[in-house]
Design a protein around this ligand. Structure first.
Ligand SMILES: NC(=O)c1ccc[n+]([C@@H]2O[C@H](COP(=O)([O-])OP(=O)(O)OC[C@H]3O[C@@H](n4cnc5c(N)ncnc54)[C@H](OP(=O)(O)O)[C@@H]3O)[C@@H](O)[C@H]2O)c1
Length: 482
């Protein structure tokens, strides 16, 4: 058996695990034990990175023996059954007080279940969201750990040392207990879906409205990246639009099949929001827009459906592009507001104390949705920690005031020209729904009472009422049946 020399270990040495292990090994004071189910990945990592001084293990017993107490292991394996399989093995060789961290993309309810099961053995289990892809894992990810306060004492310094740094602060915070970290990572991914869809709609409108080439539109995005939209996603959009296909010389974006894939976390965000009763319509439209794109058979049979006669005609390209920019900014505010709403609701439902401002801060570096704008979100929560609706913070109200006319023009122009802009338009509908004095939900309650005796409340009196629709249509008080 090896001597206990490593202060942290990584299980699962595919791209994410090996990069995270290298990141850990590169930081002062860390010695990293590594283990992978099949030996080849371990051998490869050791050969390619002798500088890391890894302590290899070829069985779980060896892995446990190579770790100092409290043993701390980060699992980076295929989420799902793989994670359960590794936890089962680690629990056999670890002892009470040791720490198992799952850095995979686990569904937060699985993390809650695993935390409960592992806690019974006296071992700490921490579900940790890791954002930033391969490069983030290697150079500095945004980290969203959940789990117990006890495990944070050991993990905090290690995670702070490997996380991305934004404005001098490491992009990691103890998000909350058990599944809180994976919940927040899930919503992060949902917001990422919305942000990407909004950018794609902006590109499409500019291209169809102004006839600019992808390379010219790349310049527009590069310019936007200098202002309030400054973010990683805007930056890489310019790069993708500027890329040329080596084989054909065409813009790369024109030779890529227009069907967007998904790994499921956007869908989880929407499903969870539905369970919590939180309207994340911008995120939902982004998820569904990918799904519309990925049904070529349906798109083929629908291709000849009638559309408007007139195409989008833009007289003043510069003014139009500025309108699109403002529509994008306003819709983005809605997407983030909805995402933070879901985190608030999740925290209330699962009993987590989540500092929303701290979440905004740890997303400023390392992760895919990193953006300057997140500072404004943390400012908003610093001022009013229990802010009900993020977009009602003064900075966002000003921005929406500035953007709303342009936003409305863009949604109207897109609809008139038959250009799909589901995320722009649903964000605007949500905004108008929120600020409406009175919604037609009253009519829906009337309909529900008509066919299902679901009852309604009145604006002028306390109580719950039902109209005897199939009788004499008089009103009676009734038990609230929702
Ligand atoms: N890729 C990203 O950008 C990204 C970003 C954030 C989070 N993540 C998450 O990070 C985790 C790792 O991602 P990845 O792309 O590096 O790898 P992956 O392709 O998701 O998983 C491959 C790794 O899982 C191991 N594995 C699978 N089933 C196992 C089992 N039953 N028992 C033990 N090990 C098992 C494999 O071992 P073998 O070599 O023996 O097959 C291999 O090391 C995933 O949960 C992923 O969702 C990925």
């Amino acid at each position: 058996m090896p001597e206990a020399t490593a202060n942290i270990g990584v299980v699962g040495l595919a791209v994410m695990g090996s990069n995270l292990a290298r990141n850990l090994a590169s930081r002062e004071g860390n010695t990293v034990a590594v283990y992978n189910r099949s030996r080849a990945k371990t051998d490869e990592l050791l050969t390619e990175h002798p500088e890391a001084g890894f302590v290899p293990a070829f069985s779980y017993d060896e892995f446990a023996a190579s770790l100092t107490v409290p043993r701390t292991a980060v699992i980076m394996v295929k989420a799902g059954a793989g994670t359960d399989a590794v936890i089962d093995e680690l629990v056999k060789v670890f002892e009470p007080g040791d720490i198992i961290v799952d850095g995979g993309n686990a569904l937060f309810t699985d993390t809650i279940r695993r935390e409960k099961a592992v806690r019974d053995t006296g071992i700490n289990f921490v579900g940790m969201g890791v954002s930033g892809g391969e490069e983030g894992a290697l150079l500095g990810p945004s980290l969203m750990p959940g789990g117990s306060d006890e495990s944070w004492v050991t993990l905090g310094p290690i995670l702070r040392s490997i996380a991305a740094v934004a404005e001098g602060e490491p992009c990691v915070t103890h998000v909350g207990h058990d599944g809180a970290g994976h919940f927040v990572k899930m919503v992060h991914n949902g917001i990422e879906y919305a942000d990407m869809q909004l950018i794609a709609e902006a590109y499409d409108l500019i291209r169809r409205g102004t006839g600019k080439t992808p390379a010219e539109i790349a310049d527009v995005f590069a310019q936007w990246n200098e202002g309030e939209l400054n973010s990683y996603l805007i930056e890489i959009t310019a790069e993708v639009l500027r890329a040329q296909d080596a084989a054909t010389g065409a813009p790369l974006v024109d030779v890529i099949v227009d069907q967007a894939g998904a790994k499921g976390t956007g869908g989880w965000t929407v499903q969870t929001a539905i369970d919590l009763g939180v309207p994340v319509s911008g995120i939902a439209e982004a998820v569904f827009a990918r799904s519309v794109s990925s049904h070529p058979e349906q798109r083929a049979v629908a291709a000849n459906l009638p559309g408007p006669v007139d195409e989008l005609r833009v007289d003043d390209a510069e003014a139009f592009i500025e309108d699109v920019r403002l529509a994008l900014f306003a819709s983005k505010i809605v997407a983030y507001s909805q995402g933070f709403d879901e985190i608030r609701a999740g925290a209330a439902q699962y009993g987590w104390t989540i500092d929303l401002g701290a979440v905004a801060k740890i997303w400023r570096g390392g992760c895919i949705i990193r953006a300057q704008f997140l500072n404004r979100i943390s400012d908003a929560y610093a001022e009013v920690p229990d802010l009900q609706v993020l977009l009602t913070a003064p900075y966002f109200v000003d921005a929406l005031q500035r953007a709303q006319d342009a936003w409305r023009r863009i949604v109207a122009q897109a609809a008139a020209a038959g250009i799909p802009s589901p995320a722009f338009s649903s964000s605007l509908a949500y905004y108008d729904g929120l600020r409406a004095d009175r919604l037609p939900a009253a009519l829906i309650q009337g309909q529900r009472d008509f066919f299902g005796a679901h009852t309604y409340r009145r604006v002028d009196r306390e109580g719950t009422f039902h109209t005897l629709w199939s009788g004499d249509r008089s009103e009676i008080t009734a038990e609230d049946t929702h």
